[in-house]
Design a protein around this ligand. Structure first.
Ligand code: FE2
Ligand code: FE2
Length: 288
């Protein structure tokens, strides 16, 4: 069995809740996962001080387990990049792109779409936070720079990662933006959900990890003959939806089953406690 702790949307800065962040670290030590997956939005305003805190927190996680992280829409300087693209502050083209990810790259990782292999599992991280791009343009002004997009070029990275992985490893993709419309928010995170899910399934993915919606959810979608499980992690911050508690997901990959347990913040206990379990047969693997 391989276990993963899947967390998202820590939003270092004003929304950070130190009691919950401390408890999360304790839970990670207690659960002793094989890896920790962090699906973006480490910061709130993409500031240096927020990234410094996020960096220190990831270092702490790294003392217990290897981790993998992708950027979220809050972790990129997309507005500054747009202004530079327009020549407003004197930069163009490539410089604007560099500006967009400069803080994330400096403090978190040069690799926007990393991968991680641990016994039993391979995770291909995929950056879906591009700010305003042709692929994620929306008529809803409030969603400008918020909506994510899976780029065709980046799919080759997922394919390569999976091709190089041991055949028995469960194939997992991690992105930031939610693939399924949020129950409370009513919003899709990704502009090209259907296309992305079909691509992931065709590459043999069994599970997709995502966040962004700030409400936890676990789904199984019949996108291909084998189907895909989607683990959406909630937030660990004060940016909760309608009083919904902070939470993270524990993923267990067993020989025949995929089990996702939601751990929700319990104020009375002052800790994260199990609050629901979802179990799926590993059809994809059996079909291989
Ligand atoms: Fe977020
Ligand atoms: Fe987000």
């Amino acid at each position: 069995m391989t276990t993963l702790v899947h967390v998202s949307d820590l939003h270092f800065g004003r929304p950070a809740v130190s009691e919950q962040l401390d408890s999360l670290l304790e839970a990670i030590v207690r659960l002793s996962p094989d890896a920790v997956a962090v699906s973006g939005d480490l910061t709130q305003r993409c500031s240096r001080s927020e990234f410094e805190k996020a960096r220190a927190y990831l270092d702490n996680i790294g003392r217990t387990a290897p981790y993998i992280v992708v950027p979220g829409n809050h972790d990129i300087r997309w507005l500054g990049a747009v202004l530079r693209n327009l020549g407003i502050v004197g930069f163009i083209g490539q410089r604007a792109h560099e500006h967009k990810y400069s803080r994330y790259k400096r403090y978190i990782s040069e690799d926007l779409s990393p991968s991680l292999t641990v016994p039993g599992v391979v995770i291909a991280g995929l950056n879906t936070a591009h700010g305003i791009t042709r692929g994620s343009l929306t008529r809803r002004l409030r969603d400008l720079g918020v909506i994510g997009h899976v780029r065709g070029d980046d799919l080759a990275h997922v394919r390569n990662t999976f091709e190089k992985a041991p055949p028995e490893a469960a194939r997992i993709v991690m992105i930031h933006h939610n693939l399924i419309r949020g129950q409370i928010s009513g919003r899709h995170g990704l502009a090209n959900t259907e296309e992305a899910l079909r691509a992931f399934a065709s590459m043999g993915a069994e599970l997709v990890l995502c966040g962004h919606d700030h409400q936890e959810a676990v789904h199984s979608v019949e996108i291909s003959e084998t189907g895909l499980v989607i683990s959406t992690a909630g937030t660990i911050s004060s940016r909760r939806r309608s009083g919904h508690p902070s939470s993270f997901n524990l993923v267990r990959v067993e020989e025949d089953s995929l089990i996702i347990t939601i751990y929700a913040w319990n104020t009375k206990a002052g800790d994260f406690v199990p609050a629901g379990e979802h179990r799926f047969p590993r059809r994809a693997r059996k079909d291989r």
